[in-house]
Design a protein around this ligand. Sequence first.
Ligand code: PGA
Length: 258
Amino acid sequence: MQKKFIIAGNWKMHKTVEESIDFVKTLNNKIAENPDYARNNRVEILVFPPFTSLHALKGISGKTQIGSQNIFYEEKGAFTAEISPLMLKNLATYTLIGHSERRHIFGEADININKKIKTALKHSFTPLLCIGETLEEREAGNTFTKIKAQIDQDLEGLSSEAINKMVVAYEPVWAIGTGKTATPEQAQEVHAYIRELLEKKTAAFQDIPLLYGGSVKPENASDILSQKDINGALIGGASLQVEPFFAIISSSFKIVDQ
Ligand code: PGA
């Protein structure tokens, strides 16, 4: 099977409106100039700007898809500071759900993550669900138990058709923003396990894109992306500047072309 990649940048709480516009325009120019991109359309490029930049990127995003960093599970009401799916219509195609910073800093629970996935799908957004173990859990030998618990709880009640529309990112919490990357083998091992868990839920388990995230950089991207069950990367720090982000995109162009 030919590989297809999603290369996604999670900007977190970075970039003003002007900086976001500037980034996307520069990135699009680089993509347009790149003959590798013209040759294949098997690399999807995606950024998750802060909410405040979404409207300004409408109409200028070009080849770059836009996602929201969060979504609320209700459509309207007294939910101060939350952003409803109705507000995101036409501004985003993807939505990030269950990022480890949401889980660990803001106490987001699997039950709410599950509701958000259902809402996102109902409103035709592609949910990009993030899962991953903490260092403590890894050292205690509980990585697989944790991954299984998150997959089971977050996907609870979803039909196989619904699961087929999702993207899952494995992001070991100990590798996010720490400079410590999982080795390609460690990442592949967990990705293969996630694939196995998805096999129990849908016949199309091979087609669900599984991204790796956690200190992905131009220097390690090729090794990670070459792994069998890795279909892309979710990138924080290295997605804040066009140069390193584009270098990772270029690595993916080379691998899909092989
Ligand atoms: P990082 O972040 O690349 O800075 O480690 C990844 C993420 O949080 O998605």
